[in-house]
Design a binder for this molecule. Structure first.
Ligand code: UDP
Length: 324
């Protein structure tokens, strides 16, 4: 049997590009729809259509022409602070354009779908590590958009309108260990990228947003997952969905948390640069602790992380950053 044909929305972005590389390496045919709005890709694995998802007609034409076996939907806005400033933009793009994409999928009779969800769906979880069964109570519009799409998918799957796997990403970081790909955000907001750019001298100092959280050192704790381990999870999820048609929701994280201060000291150690850090007030919309219970993905997909080390994540990201 020939390998599946896979269409990625946002396949030129940070996570999508790493998944596209791994798919290509594993012999899959990759098609990409991306409007190139938020990243400057250095290399694209797959056939690119530069199209915005709001152009439903163009998307439908591509689906009818290419006939992918499955669609992996990465394209979305991803910044919590921006979602608080511009909520409508987030609902319009992350929910509205996903509905347009699903509508095109239905017309083209394509019913396998992987969704890029987020740990932001949990808000401030009652139990940490948080499992997929926890209540969904997001505390920012970004997280709300992910919950809304998950609800749409859940109801569609119940009515046999779609087969889907929703992957709830924790804090994705790092870069391709081979140095070909990495984050290319035009305006990075994520901690590790900002810390590395500060070490490089691009910013005068790094801000720590909040030192009065109920955590051991007062700063927020996150579960940082290497982008290549996340890419591997996508391949496994896709193969599982195509062979079983069983819809699932899975956490993607290591089950280990690091505080902002721990990340900053690891960045200083890896780079050997003692950059300036300024402690400032809390950033709105940030939960104190987010760490994954990853037992479900490990059991069902037999996912085995290969880069489960904060130092490796930061080393690979630093290597990439130095070439930018
Ligand atoms: N953070 C910080 N300084 C920065 C960027 C982020 O202190 O310049 C903190 C942020 O408040 C949060 C954690 O780092 O507690 C992770 O934030 P990030 O934006 O990387 O990811 P998020 O968890 O929001 O998806």
């Amino acid at each position: 049997m020939s390998k599946a044909k896979v269409l990625l929305t946002g396949g030129a972005g940070y996570i999508g590009s790493h998944v596209a590389k791994l798919l290509t390496r594993n012999g899959y045919e990759v098609i990409i729809i991306d409007n190139l709005s938020s990243s400057n890709p250095r290399k694209i694995y797959g056939k690119l259509y530069k199209v915005d998802l709001k152009e439903e007609k163009s998307v439908l034409e591509i689906l009818r022409k290419e006939r992918p076996d499955i669609v992996l939907h990465f394209a979305a806005f991803i910044s919590v602070p921006e979602s608080l400033e511009k909520p409508f933009l987030y609902y319009e793009n992350n929910v509205g354009n996903t509905i347009k994409l699903l509508s095109a999928l239905r017309k083209a009779e394509i019913n396998n779908f992987l969704f890029s969800s987020s740990a932001a769906v949990y808000g401030i979880p009652d139990v940490v590590p948080v499992s997929e069964a926890a209540e969904l109570k997001p505390i920012n519009p970004y997280g709300e958009t992910k919950v809304m799409v998950e609800k749409i998918l859940r109801d569609m799957a119940k009515a046999q309108e779609i087969n889907y796997i929703s992957l709830r990403y924790f804090n994705v970081a790092g870069a391709d260990p081979e140095g070909e790909l990495g984050p290319t955000y035009k305006q990075p907001t994520h901690l590790i990228i900002r810390a590395l750019k500060t070490a490089k001298g691009e910013y005068p100092y790094l801000e720590i947003f909040g030192t009065d959280y109920p955590t051991p050192d007062g700063t927020c704790i996150r579960d940082y997952i290497h982008v290549m381990d996340l890419a591997e999870a996508h391949i496994l999820a896709m193969e599982y969905l195509l062979s079983t048609r069983e819809s699932l929701v899975l956490n993607c994280g290591y089950g280990k948390g690091f505080s902002v201060r721990e990340v900053v000291s690891t960045v200083k150690k890896v780079t050997g640069i003692d950059f300036k850090v300024v402690e400032t007030k809390r950033r709105a919309g940030d939960p104190p602790v987010l760490v994954a219970d990853n037992s479900k993905i490990k059991k069902i997909l037999k996912w085995e992380p290969k880069y489960d080390s904060l130092e490796t994540i930061i080393k690979n990201a630093w290597h990439w950053e130095l070439k930018q």
